[in-house]
Structure formats: structure tokens, C-alpha cells
Design a protein around this ligand. Structure first.
Ligand code: FMN
Length: 381
């Protein structure tokens, strides 16, 4: 009998079997030596929780708010590019699973399904993640499209002005749609379910970009396109321009350093995400969980501080909350679910984390997630 799905690691194994190598590797990789990617996960391990007993653990709640919006637990789906290549129509499926679970979904600029398409097929408003391109008219149009689609927060990513090199993507010749080389065809032949679903959908290019930027229909090479289009001159003045143009809730993503956090607070943004892009950009940077406390200390009383990177369980979530995060984002944890089993897999990922978070909170002697703070961290001699 097959092992039941109990953990995010179980979903990861299943995704590895079902998703074509090129796209599985795109998800499960970091830049250069991948040291920051690995430490994002491993730096959670030495943080220990205080076990408490004989306290009333009935009537527990995980409900709280993120940038003023009610959430069923303090967690959102992180923006991830090419999500519709992990599973056909992936962004729509993930947005639906998030809506059903009562948590925000963030759509990447580099998504396969477009803003309008996701808005049409998702029952709840979602958040939109913006990359700043050199073409400011295109940026302004993206913001206007997100507004028109009813997106309820803008997540502005600041840590990808230039692209960190990911070796696996070069080896695999990452592109969308995949090139029909002999190794790719041999690998695709072993993923019949993925191929069948992909043949049924029309959504195979970059939905937000193809047809909206002259000359871009598909991306032969993601890294070449990024180098041409993403703006290496992005500055805090541009961030103010975007804030004014958007006019709604603004979350700055990719802050690791307290000095940048201070600039973020001064920029008038509502929140920031302590993030190293899941270890995909500056290899050798601090893990997100170790970068979190100094950022909270610097700006925690001026804006909401979220974090992402390495969250694979409810125990990880509660540790991030204990160190001052008001909420977390998950990237790979939901992508593994999506690759494993589409919408059902994302729901499974969210339910695994929800259950772990709830039971962990109870075993720490708390009933309300809003009570979690440093007191639940065990001192070690
Ligand atoms: C496959 C993949 C694609 C990503 N694409 C984007 C993106 O388009 N925009 C963005 O701001 N961050 C992107 N990220 C970073 C995530 O938003 C998030 O910071 C990261 O995944 C968190 O780490 P975790 O995967 O360990 O949870 C991507 C991450 C992955 C794994």
C-alpha cells in the first residue's frame, strides 16, 4: 500500500515523480552552491519550543489578519513564476485552494495564467506581485490591470534586479513551453498525467506578458529575457512612484537587512517580507529565519513584518511567529502540493501545515495564534 500523504516532504516526493524534470528542478533549486537555500530550512532546526502542560487547550483559533485582511491562519501563498508549468492551470488551481482555505494567494508577474484569467476563475480577491521592468509604461499598465482585477494588495519584489544563477536551469535549458529536445521528450514521456493536462489547456505562455509587450510571445530563455527586461536601476524613488500609482496595501518583498527595513518603513509601505527569494538570489546571504529578529527589532512597531523561506511545517510557522513575524509566505511547500495533485495537492499542503500549527500551538500551551511570542522559545544551555 502507498504511504499516506502526511508531510510536505511526502508531497515533494510525489511532485518529483509527476512533474517534468525541468520544472521540478526550477522549483527545487537555489542559486550557485545552494547554501542559503539549504540554510533557510536547516536554521529552523536548532530553534526549540517550550512544551507546556496542564493548561486548557480547548477552543483554539488560528485566525488573525494580514495587512488588515482576515486570514484563517497567518500564512499566504508566495508569488512563484511558471506555476502553471508545475501543473496545468496551476495559478487558478492554487488561487482556488487558497480561497477555500481562507488564506491569500499571490500571483506572480511571471505567471502562466494572466491576472484577468485568475480573477475570472478565483472566488476571492488575490494579491499581485510586481517585478519592475525597464519599460515603465508596462509597469503602470500591470498595476492598472491588477487594480481592475480587484487585487487587494500589491507585493513589490525588490531582490531580483539581476538574476542569481541557478545551475540546474542552465543544464535543463529552462524555457516555456519546453523545447522538444530528445532529453526533454524522453523525460516528458514518463509524465503522462502532466502531458495530458497540459494538452487540454491553452495556458502555456507567460499570461501577463505575452501579447502585452511587443515581440514577446514565449520565452526561449528566462534568464536572457530577465536580463533584458528587469530594471537594474530600481531605486527608492521608483518605489514611491509605484506606491502612489497603486494607492492600496503595499508589501515590500525581499528585505533581509535592518538598514533596508528602515528604508522600507520610511517608504510608507504597509508591510515587508523578510526574504532571500527562497535562496534563489544571493547565495551566502543569511537564512530568512536568522535575518528576521533584527528586522523586527528595527521596524516591527512601524509596519507588519512577514517572512518567507524554508517553511515546510506548522512548527516552522510558529517559530517564525515567535521571532516576531506577523505572518509567513510559503513557496515550495504549496508548489510541491500542486505538482503532486493539482488543486487537491495545494489543499493538502495547507491542511498539513494548518494541523501541525494548531497542535504545536496547543502543545506550547496557547489557544490563540495572536498570543504567540518569544516566550514559547526554549532557552538552551
Ligand atoms: C519556483 C519558484 C519561483 C519563484 N518565482 C517568484 C516570482 O516570480 N516572484 C517573486 O517575488 N518570488 C518568486 N519566488 C520566491 C518566492 O516568492 C518565495 O520568496 C520563496 O519561494 C520562499 O521560500 P520557500 O520556497 O522555501 O517557501 C519563487 C520561488 C520559487 C521556488
Amino acid at each position: 500500500m502507498a504511504r499516506p500523504i502526511m508531510t510536505i516532504a511526502d508531497l515533494r516526493q510525489l511532485a518529483k515523480r509527476r512533474v517534468p524534470r525541468m520544472f521540478y528542478d526550477y522549483c527545487d533549486s537555489g542559486s550557485w552552491t545552494e547554501s542559503t537555500y539549504r540554510q533557510n530550512e536547516s536554521d529552523f532546526v536548532p530553534i526549540k519550543l517550550r512544551q507546556r502542560v496542564a493548561v486548557d487547550m480547548r477552543d483554539r483559533t488560528l485566525e488573525t489578519t494580514m495587512v488588515g485582511q482576515k486570514v484563517s491562519m497567518p500564512l499566504a501563498l508566495a508569488p512563484t513564476g511558471l506555476t502553471g508549468m508545475q501543473f496545468a492551470d496551476g495559478e487558478i488551481l492554487a488561487a482556488r485552494a487558497a480561497a477555500k482555505a481562507g488564506v491569500p494567494f499571490t500571483l506572480s508577474t511571471m505567471s502562466i495564467c494572466s491576472i484577468e484569467d485568475v480573477a475570472e476563475h478565483s472566488p476571492e480577491p488575490f494579491w499581485f506581485q510586481l517585478y519592475v521592468m525597464r519599460d515603465r509604461d508596462f509597469v503602470a499598465r500591470l498595476i492598472a490591470r491588477a487594480k481592475a482585477a480587484g487585487c487587494s494588495a500589491l507585493v513589490l519584489t525588490l531582490d531580483l534586479q539581476v538574476l542569481g544563477q541557478r545551475h540546474k536551469d542552465i543544464v535543463n535549458g529552462l524555457s516555456t513551453p519546453p523545447r522538444m529536445t530528445i532529453p526533454n521528450m524522453i523525460n516528458l514521456a514518463t509524465k503522462p498525467l502532466w502531458c495530458m493536462n497540459m494538452l487540454r489547456t491553452k495556458r502555456r505562455g507567460f499570461g501577463n506578458i505575452a501579447g502585452h509587450v511587443a515581440g514577446v510571445e514565449d520565452m526561449r530563455s528566462l534568464s536572457t529575457w530577465t536580463a533584458q527586461q528587469f530594471d537594474p536601476a530600481l531605486s527608492w524613488d521608483d518605489i514611491k512612484w509605484i506606491r502612489d500609482l497603486w494607492g492600496g496595501k503595499l508589501i515590500l518583498k525581499g528585505i533581509l537587512d535592518p538598514e533596508d527595513a528602515d528604508m522600507a518603513a520610511r517608504s510608507g509601505a504597509d508591510a515587508l517580507i523578510v526574504s532571500n527569494h527562497g535562496g534563489r538570489q544571493l547565495d551566502g546571504a543569511l537564512s530568512s529565519i536568522s535575518a528576521l529578529p533584527p528586522v523586527v527589532e528595527t521596524v516591527g512597531d512601524r509596519m507588519e513584518v512577514f517572512m518567507d523561506g524554508g517553511i515546510r511545517s506548522g512548527q516552522d510557522v510558529i517559530k517564525a511567529l515567535a521571532l516576531g513575524a506577523k505572518g509567513v509566505f510559503i513557496g515550495r511547500a504549496f508548489l510541491y502540493g500542486l505538482g503532486a495533485d493539482g488543486e487537491r495537492g495545494v489543499t493538502a499542503a495547507l491542511e498539513i501545515i494548518r494541523k501541525e500549527l494548531d497542535i504545536t500551538m496547543a502543545l506550547c500551551g496557547l489557544r490563540d495564534i495572536k498570543q504567540v511570542d518569544r516566550r514559547i522559545i526554549a532557552r538552551q544551555s
